[in-house]
Design a protein around this ligand. Sequence first.
Ligand code: PMM
Length: 264
Amino acid sequence: MGVLNVTPDSFSDGGKWASTDAAIAHALALTGEGADLIDVGGESTRPGAGRVSPAEEQSRIIPVITELARQGLRISVDTLNSGTAAAAAAAGASVINDVSGGLADPVMASVAADSGLTYVAMHWRGHARKMDALARYGDVVADVRAELSARVEALTEAGVLRGNIVLDPGLGFSKLPEHNWQLLAHLTSFADLGLPVMVGASRKRFLAGALPADVGLSERDLPTAVVSVLAAQAGAWAVRVHDVAATRTALNVLALVDSATMEL
Ligand code: PMM
């Protein structure tokens, strides 16, 4: 899944794809690099970010989604807002990616149910302004797993088909660096819930732990690609990345090793 942030302020690529034309060109480039799905977002969720009105969010992303869907790309909409999810579904999106797992907007679950689309429920404890203060866990893997299971219950009660739900442990959202590493180390515990799992590590702060001090954000693309391989080995359904080419190459290596293993 290639990231397309149509925002002026996302943490790693804010402002780069803020115009409709630049956004469309970037989505086509990511597809050329091997993305199977483009995740289009119009509201930054970086720690400390403020909210954007649904009208502003939709004016940023709906023209982009409409054109990309017209060109046959598979689109996911990254939104907390049910009205934006419904508008994106009408514009041709095929996945709703809700980083709050339905907690931010009480109408989201019924919109997801009515749309019949794949719905990504990410682990979330609160909005960007306060999420760092909510990074307290007994056992982060057990706690995130239990909180995601509770979301699956609530979503299915609201009519979302279990078979349409994808789970995401929400790396970087109310998580300290050690929480992110523990979640990555135990990704198969999430796969054990019997639903597809996606992972969004791309360029996040915790990856700095794998790099020399004071290197730039783009240096995080290499550790991101390594995480993509680890996620794939744990059976992930998708990895959400900014640098699609690096992840595609890393996954090609894994596929070649896997096929050589089967040849024996
Ligand atoms: N991370 C971000 C945004 N959307 N969606 C899912 N499902 N999982 C994530 O980890 C995730 C997400 C934040 O990253 P960005 O600011 O680079 O878009």
